[in-house]
Design a protein around this ligand. Sequence first.
Ligand SMILES: [Mn+2]
Length: 340
Amino acid sequence: MLNREEIEKIKDLLSEKKKIVITTHYNPDGDAMGSSLGLYHYLKSKKHNVCVITPNIWPSFLDWMPGTDHCLAGDNHLKKAARLLEEADIIFSLDYNALKRTNELADLIGSAKGTKIMIDHHIQPDGYADYTYSDIAASSTCEMIYEFIKVLDEKVSISKECAECLYTGIMTDTGSFKYSSTTSKTHLAVADLIEQGAKNTYIHHKLFDTNTYERMRLLGFCLSEKLTLLNEYHTAFIALTSAELESFNYKKGDTEGIVNYALSIGEINFSAIFIERDNEIKISFRSKGSFDVNSFARNHFEGGGHHNAAGGKGAETMDETIMRFIQLLPQYKQALALHE
Ligand SMILES: [Mn+2]
């Protein structure tokens, strides 16, 4: 948490009406939108002049979130975004650790004269902000915003709209409360948010019951026809050609998450999905436990990401890419056998 002195200074800053701009990262996800809109609703209730600027448009399954009609997608309204950032007294950076994650907004935020406050849970935050609240152990930026509001305003009563937004980000960033970053504190925050009016069943429905018939058929096809197990290496993979994608009337996002099904097999510690698109092979890697897919993707497939989730690509044909992948496995045999 910020230290006492910093909190007092921020309280002081917010003690009179201010022009505030809240920004978040490119391709905003549930936590980015949830933390931005959650803070927006809180600051709005304190009569500040607030707006949210996202570098580009958020995915349509988040359209239902209260306040999205007041968000500005910067890439479509760059001039207006520039003016708002220039005039802002305070600029919040939420759910990102480096200005470059805001693409075109980066220079505008960097050169703006307003006081900058970063609240984020990614490793190694950039040092540009006047106040940096960084907690890499936090489940989500939404949980940090919840704590931040509680510290600023002990007697706060969180509105239903704010509660719905914060609940959304905590839920999406914790994989519905299953990742190891989920603590008893997370559950206490969530309990309070439900108490304040967040409807958990409704939010789950809005976020996850969004499959189309064709996407479900594509998933079925992947699991019954395309899943290959390499038991010796505790590895599973799926490969999809562009012709196969077309036959299921593929739309962006349809293959999202399929790689996790392969990993959910008990003895599998490493899974990959190879997708032929735009004349290259796009790859997603997932692992359980100690096997580091970030360095695997970095070293062999021009990619990277996190320890247990990463992406990469191959410039060869599908068959050549898969062959190269399989030939890499023996050198990792020991690491792949570990369950912890
Ligand atoms: Mn996050």
